[in-house]
Design a protein. Structure first.
Length: 192
């Protein structure tokens, strides 16, 4: 009975998490511009229209939810941080994969499909999160690995926002060098 009740709580929290990530992630799309291009805000929200920058929407919305949710589910969610890391990595794989597959056929980005991909990735985040956190199996030290993975993900966003690689995933379009907005703000902006 406890296991079933525990899973119901995890399921409810996961559904709330998916809705939270969809809404907050969508809002993150606009926060950099609304913050007058604050370099600090730019670390957590998209600074341009590149695929990489758009991954921040799902990942940082999920990080914000992880921080909020943990105190409510820590006593009955197994493998908590590992689940969140794997779920976050899944969004980082699914979004670019689906985006590049469909744009290889259409030759352009279509907003409706982009939004649909984002929602699908968030739902996948929820499914993976639920499967791992509701598992009867508890693996020793797996949460430590999850925390390390989450920190690596966060650090990679910070690094590649400031200094993106010369790869298509980091480019808004072929003629636009990315990362310069935030570097210029870090150098010139006193309103950090």
């Amino acid at each position: 009975m406890f296991y079933k009740n525990k899973n119901n709580k995890i399921l409810k929290s996961t559904i709330i998490g998916v809705i939270f990530i969809i809404i907050v992630g969508s809002l993150l799309h606009f926060t950099y511009k609304f913050s007058n291009n604050s370099p600090i805000v730019g670390l957590f929200s998209p600074i341009n229209e590149s695929v990489w920058e758009h991954l921040k929407m799902a990942v940082f919305a999920s990080i914000f939810y992880i921080i909020f949710e943990y105190k409510f589910v820590k006593d009955y969610a197994n493998n908590y941080f590992f689940a969140k890391a794997v779920a976050s990595l899944s969004t980082m794989i699914v979004i670019p994969l689906l985006f590049y597959i469909y744009t290889s056929f259409t030759g352009k980005s279509i907003l409706f499909i982009d939004i649909l991909i984002y929602i699908v990735a968030c739902v996948l985040w929820g499914i993976i999160n639920y499967k791992i956190t509701s598992s009867k199996e508890i693996y020793s030290n797996i949460n430590g690995l999850g925390i390390i993975l989450l920190l690596i993900i966060i650090l990679s966003f910070f690094i590649f926002t400031i200094s993106p690689l010369n790869l298509p995933i980091f480019k808004e379009n072929l003629s636009n060098p990315n990362g310069l907005l935030i570097i210029n703000n870090l150098i010139n902006n006193t309103n950090i």
